[in-house]
Write a protein that binds this ligand. Structure first.
Ligand code: SAM
Length: 227
């Protein structure tokens, strides 16, 4: 059993008691013996740095019956913990690593999660532009690149939510122009703790108009000529 960090959000702590998180933990750690999924395997660290860190978004957004795209979910973070907490959420995951997608297939089956679409591919090749209520992404790229990989898929009125470390200011400033070009507007930044020593942030970018069909460009262009 994980050790509850009582100084953190009570409701999120309560969500972690769901048996599905225990099953998730065991399958993650077992698969991690043969497939590289996470550097963190200690139970308290997985519960707080992966599960709690993912579900904190439920404090800020109502996810009921919403559609969400998770770009580069890796071992499922943050969208699958969000799905456990809000079962009516419709999740699409895109990840370029086949081994991670196959772990996610096993996980979705084991936890009997419905309405989860798993796509093995690159985000910039998706053709579902301007269509998701929310796009989320954690630990995938610097903001300037991340904005182009994610914002084109948010529908007008929806949000991109980027999970970042507390040192986010410089990369957000760098991405400002690109966010505007892609039809977004920086709305707010919320900070939260995952332990006594660690603070993370959620950056909310509102989609105020549809993204031009010219974006996202291929990854080479994005890197060479960032917006
Ligand atoms: N989001 C997870 C987390 O926070 O633990 C995984 C982070 S992992 C460091 C980054 C993941 O993004 C990898 O699984 C990688 O395959 C995926 N990725 C990177 N660029 C991508 C792209 N352009 N399209 C889809 N997946 C991508």
């Amino acid at each position: 059993m994980f050790q509850v960090r009582t100084q953190l959000d009570e409701q999120c702590n309560r969500h972690l008691e769901d048996k599905k998180f225990e099953m998730y933990y065991h399958l993650l750690v077992k698969t991690n013996e043969t497939t590289n999924l996470t550097r963190i395997t200690d139970i308290d660290e997985v519960y707080y740095r992966h599960f709690y860190d993912s579900i904190i978004l439920t404090k800020y957004l109502d996810l009921k019956h919403k559609t969400i795209l998770d770009v580069g979910a890796g071992a499922g973070f943050p969208s699958l913990p969000l799905k456990i907490v809000e079962p009516s959420l419709q999740v699409t995951i895109v990840d370029s690593l086949g081994k991670r997608i196959s772990f996610l297939q096993d996980l979705v089956e084991a936890l009997e999660l419905t309405n989860v679409e798993l796509i093995h591919g690159r985000a910039e090749e998706l053709n579902t532009k301007n269509s998701y209520d929310f796009v989320v992404s954690r630990a995938v790229a610097r903001f300037q690149i991340l904005a182009e990989l994610t914002l084109p898929f948010v529908k007008p009125g929806g949000y991109l939510v980027a999970y970042k470390s507390i040192q986010y200011e410089e990369e957000l400033a760098e991405a400002k122009n690109g966010i505007a070009v892609l039809g977004g507007e920086i709305e707010r930044v919320e900070s939260y703790s995952v332990s006594n020593e660690e603070t993370h942030v959620l950056i909310f970018i509102k989609k105020i108009k549809p993204t031009s069909p010219n974006y996202p460009r291929n990854f080479g262009r994005m890197k060479k000529q960032p917006l």
